[in-house]
Write a protein that binds this ligand. Structure first.
Ligand code: PMP
Length: 300
């Protein structure tokens, strides 16, 4: 895993965009009595800039605002203002190729379950995060555990928001998987159907067709949408449907998608084995080409 920085995140050099101001990263602090920390009233985005351009920036900003609305608060900036802030930051941090994290949360004016008076904050940070999974494994395929926790029923939790609180079960599941030597874990949904990984969506291939779970109780990733479009462009049929775990032995290939993970091949999920093949490789290459800024890629 390439996720452990040698420098702790609170000591990285560079700037953070914090409520409209650029502050040095170590100074971008919040108080311990922050509602977002105690009650997980926080929503965030993970994005990537390639050659100075953030892929699907506005869609990420729109999703951030939508996630906040699901959690009953309003991000106090328009998507166009969030886009401008992100662009300013990658420029000031001289990071044309960066992971971009925007987070919005309830502040410290009130600290109880009720949070009507709390100020809403927005911060944006960038760092270099070349590959979420070991680059050598991305083509060969990573190994996934089967998580014990399941994605919650949308009637139980705000399942479609990219909300901090939903990651509690993801971190526990990922830690358990890593302790067993796996790279990540695949989670089922509340009805026992295949859902997604702890930070990425999942796809399977059988007889030249792609199958992926219907994203109605987990995050419908922007990378997932890109992969579906790219597959269709290649004339590959994409079937969104309910997938039960006992079907996994019928699939030949498996891959996952996410902003951080990009397109990564999977070789194993618990007892099920897959052999990364042509479709996965084509989509990995197509995705790499797709995220490049069009004007610059053509000029390069
Ligand atoms: N599911 C979860 C739980 C995630 O954290 C992510 C990463 N944001 C995804 C799916 C993929 O979303 P996207 O492709 O928009 O990054």
């Amino acid at each position: 895993m390439a996720t452990t920085n040698t420098v702790p995140f609170d000591q990285m050099p560079g700037l953070v965009w914090f409520d409209g101001k650029l502050v040095s990263n170590p100074d971008a602090m919040i108080h311990v009595l922050t509602h977002g920390l105690h009650y997980a009233s926080a929503v965030f985005e993970g994005e990537r800039a390639y050659n100075g351009v953030i892929f699907k920036s506005t869609q990420h900003s729109d999703r951030l605002r939508k996630s906040a609305n699901i959690l009953d608060f309003e991000v106090p900036y328009l998507s166009s203002e969030i886009d401008a802030a992100k662009n300013l930051l990658i420029e000031k941090n001289s990071m044309p190729n960066a992971y971009v994290r925007a987070i919005s949360w309830r502040g410290s004016e009130q600290l109880g379950v009720s949070a009507q008076q709390n100020k809403i904050h927005l911060a944006i940070a960038t760092w270099e995060w070349p590959s979420y999974f070991d680059p050598a494994q991305r083509l060969k395929g990573i190994r996934l555990d089967l998580a014990e926790y399941r994605r919650p029923d949308p009637a139980t939790a705000p399942a479609l928001a990219k909300a901090a609180g939903l990651y509690m079960i993801c971190t526990i599941s990922k830690h358990r998987a890593e302790r067993k030597g796996y790279a990540d874990a695949m989670m089922l949904d509340w009805q026992g159907r295949v859902a997604e990984c702890t930070g990425a969506n999942i796809f399977f291939i059988k007889d030249g067709k792609i199958h992926t779970p219907i994203a109605d109780c987990f995050l419908a990733g922007l990378t997932r949408a890109t992969a579906i479009t790219l597959a269709k462009k290649r004339g590959i049929e994409v079937i969104e449907r309910r997938i039960m775990p006992d079907e996994l032995s019928n699939f030949s290939e498996c891959f996952i998608t996410g902003t951080a993970a990009e397109v990564t091949a999977v070789s194993e999920i618990a007892q099920w084995k897959f052999t990364p093949g042509a479709i996965t490789q084509h989509l990995m290459a197509d995705y790499t080409a797709e995220v490049q800024p069009k004007g610059k890629a053509a000029a390069a």
